[in-house]
Design a protein. Structure first.
Length: 212
């Protein structure tokens, strides 16, 4: 079994905020898999599904972002799963809006939801599905930024990123995270030797995250 967790904050007031793209990702995956029934367990909403021959558990922690690990770790223990059976989708301020990055393991990079999961699991070897929300506007705090909804043009980019990631997550489950990284992560273009500058598709760092 694989656990696919999307991070966010519960409640209608947060439903369409930037910090909730993890929830939106899991909801999109649930719709793709035909999942309609959710139930509560260990401070989370969970739903069972299958991807290929693999059983999966879709998870939306209901603990607020900063306590995500308090919901996820008990589920991992209950089903006797290892850290590498976990896939976590979350927002990322350090890559442009609508960009994506799949990561095999690593530190929290300042993301409080990931920091909580690391603290409760004691193991960094779980896959991350990072969805770019961009940096705050001038004069905005991080809290203002992550708890605000996307403007329409950015919402369209994020929706497209989520659609793109559905088969990527299926690839993580049916093959492995390395295959998914190679297949779906943006490729950096090499700079041409001419004076023309060719940019990169995405940036690989991770930003500080704040929620209530």
């Amino acid at each position: 079994m694989k656990v696919i967790a999307g991070l966010g904050n519960p409640g209608r007031e947060y439903a369409q905020t930037k910090h909730n793209v993890g929830f939106l990702m899991v909801d999109a995956l649930a719709a793709h898999l035909g999942v309609t029934e959710w139930r509560e367990k260990y401070d989370a909403l969970i739903a069972r599904a299958r991807i290929g021959s693999e059983a999966v558990l879709l998870v939306k922690p209901q603990t607020y972002m900063n306590e995500s690990g308090r919901a996820i770790a008990p589920l991992m223990n209950f089903y006797k799963l290892a850290a590498d059976d976990l896939i976590v989708a979350h927002d990322d301020m350090d890559i442009p809006v609508g960009s994506i990055r799949i990561r095999k393991k690593g530190s929290s990079g300042g993301h409080n939801g990931i920091k909580s999961i690391l603290a409760h699991l004691g193991d960094e070897h779980f896959a991350r599905i990072r969805i770019g929300i961009g940096r705050p506007l001038p004069g905005w705090t991080v809290v203002n930024h992550v708890l605000a909804p996307f403007p329409p043009e950015d919402a369209a980019k994020v929706s497209e990123a989520i659609r793109y990631l559905v088969p990527a997550i299926e690839c993580v489950v049916t093959e492995d995270v390395d295959k998914a990284m190679n297949r779906y992560n943006p490729k950096k273009e090499k700079k041409r030797k001419s004076k023309e500058h060719v940019g990169t598709a995405a940036e690989p760092s991770q930003a500080e995250e704040v929620s209530r």
